[in-house]
Design a protein around this ligand. Structure first.
Ligand code: FES
Length: 181
């Protein structure tokens, strides 16, 4: 009787040890597998280099009367497997003021990310989603739900009238401009 009980206890202990070994082995195996998966998928999450100047157009394409024009922003993208040339990464409104300055605004509404339209009638920008409106200079109009002005972007005027924009997206719904990768 006593021998039987001892054998049962030993069996139980062995079973618990084996079960623990399986669980610990499984967890230990998951860590490198998850890390490997992250490395494998990481290139898919990469975007075109943010914060780099991108040629958008030339001065000739911009009316001199301050009326904004919309342009796609194209950039080269690279991931671990491929290179893609001239892929759309966003869009901007460019405006050439009477003083010869060129202003750039990201088309994304800072409220929740819809694309704003320019209204010649109102001489300003209007967001179709929740009616935020902005002046032609990108300043928010009172009563708009957007927490900030349109996101202005740095512009570089280079030789031969080339217009380059330092393109960047920002978090929506925040008062401050917080860059997103
Ligand atoms: S997304 Fe533009 S007003 Fe809401």
């Amino acid at each position: 009787m006593e021998l039987k009980e001892t054998t049962q206890k030993t069996d139980r202990r062995d079973f618990v040890k084996r079960a623990l070994a399986v669980v610990i082995g499984g967890i230990a195996g998951l860590v490198p597998a998850a890390a490997g998966l992250m490395v494998l998928l990481d290139p898919l999450r990469r975007k075109a280099a943010a914060g780099a100047a991108i040629k958008v157009t030339t001065l000739e394409a911009l009316p001199k009367d301050g009326v904004p024009r919309k342009f796609p922003v194209l950039a080269n993208r690279t991931d671990a497997w491929n290179k893609y040339a001239n892929v759309p990464v966003g869009a901007v409104y460019l405006r050439r003021t009477s003083e010869g300055i060129v202003e750039a605004f990201n088309v994304v509404c800072p409220h929740a990310g819809c694309f704003v339209d320019f209204s010649a009638e109102r001489n300003g920008f209007l967001c179709p989603c929740h009616n935020s409106s902005f002046t032609v200079a990108g300043k928010i109009n009172p009563g708009s739900p957007s927490p900030r002005d349109l996101d202005a972007l740095p512009v570089e005027l280079r030789q031969d009238g080339e217009v380059w924009v330092v393109f960047q997206n920002f978090k929506t719904g925040e008062k401050e401009k917080v860059p997103v990768a």
